[in-house]
Write a protein that binds this ligand. Structure first.
Ligand code: ADP
Ligand code: MG
Length: 252
């Protein structure tokens, strides 16, 4: 098949090509390659320190790389001339710690980026923000401050805030691992809905129930390498590497 004949549907939304990264003398990403197509949900898992956070942070250039290349929707993340603030505004990111602005109300948390980065009017930003707050089940909390919400609620606001920028992809880095167990489900439910609505997602998580429910593929990392990149069923039912088998036997 010639390159020009490839159907648009398989064009990757995120393309990570042979990337390597070092911290000083220590190589933390080793020739990593993977793609995420539009609407796909890819779960990234692996032992602590294997490079999962570093990998997903490279996607919006929060971490520079020394080798290889990354594109998001065809735009070179490291390419000279790429408008990084603009690119980052289209790549939603949700971290382990919610990182809401503590001194701003929930509504202001949801509208600030829309106003400052996207230039939306107060009214427009507010309408959209409140709609998203409703979508994550928190309409009643618009006037509160982050400190008045539970961890699970704050993380749902963080997801709504990322969505308020109309992202083309969403990156999650262990979004539930800092939460009390009883709050994990409410955050995963929001993420499951998002996945089912067709959002392109790259999710670092050890929540294998989530992976089984909505992931299309699982990327397994160990010591800076992508050791497996498999469909969900292949990964869970017949992991190829000893390292993945060992990992799964510990967490399942
Ligand atoms: P994971 O998210 O899988 O736990 P990380 O991507 O956070 O792994 O880290 C990968 C490796 O890079 C680890 O060995 C970690 O110690 C190292 N590392 C992460 N951040 C830094 C940093 N800022 N400086 C030096 N080493 C780092
Ligand atoms: Mg990490």
């Amino acid at each position: 098949m010639s390159a020009t004949a490839a159907p648009a549907a398989v064009k990757p939304m995120i393309s990570i090509d042979s990337i390597s990264k070092w911290y000083g003398p220590v190589q933390v990403l080793k020739d990593c390659t993977t793609q995420v197509t539009k609407g796909e949900v890819v779960v990234v898992c692996g032992p602590s320190g294997s490079g999962k956070s570093t990998l997903i942070k490279t996607v919006n250039a929060l971490e520079p790389i020394q080798k290889g290349s990354i594109t998001v929707d065809g735009i070179g993340v490291q390419a000279k001339g790429t408008n990084l603030p603009k690119l980052r505004s289209r790549v939603g990111m949700v971290f382990q710690h919610f990182e809401l602005f503590p001194h701003l109300s929930i509504t202001d948390n949801l509208t600030l980026g829309q106003r400052k980065v996207l230039g939306r009017s107060n009214e427009d930003a507010r309408t959209r923000g409140l709609k998203l707050l409703d979508r994550v089940g928190l309409s009643a909390h618009a006037h509160k401050y982050p400190g008045q919400l539970s961890g699970g609620q704050q993380q749902r606001v963080a997801i709504a805030r990322a969505l308020s920028m109309d992202p083309i992809v969403m990156l999650f880095d262990e979004p539930t691992s800092a939460l009390d167990p009883e709050m994990v489900g409410e955050v995963l439910d929001v993420m499951v809905n998002l996945a089912r609505e067709g959002m392109t997602m790259m999710v670092v998580t050890h929540e294998m129930g989530f992976a089984r429910k909505v992931a299309n593929r699982v990327v397994f990392m160990d010591r800076g390498e992508i050791v497996e990149d498999a469909t969900k069923d292949d990964f869970f039912d017949k992991p190829r590497s000893d390292r993945a088998q060992t990992f799964l036997s510990k967490i399942l």
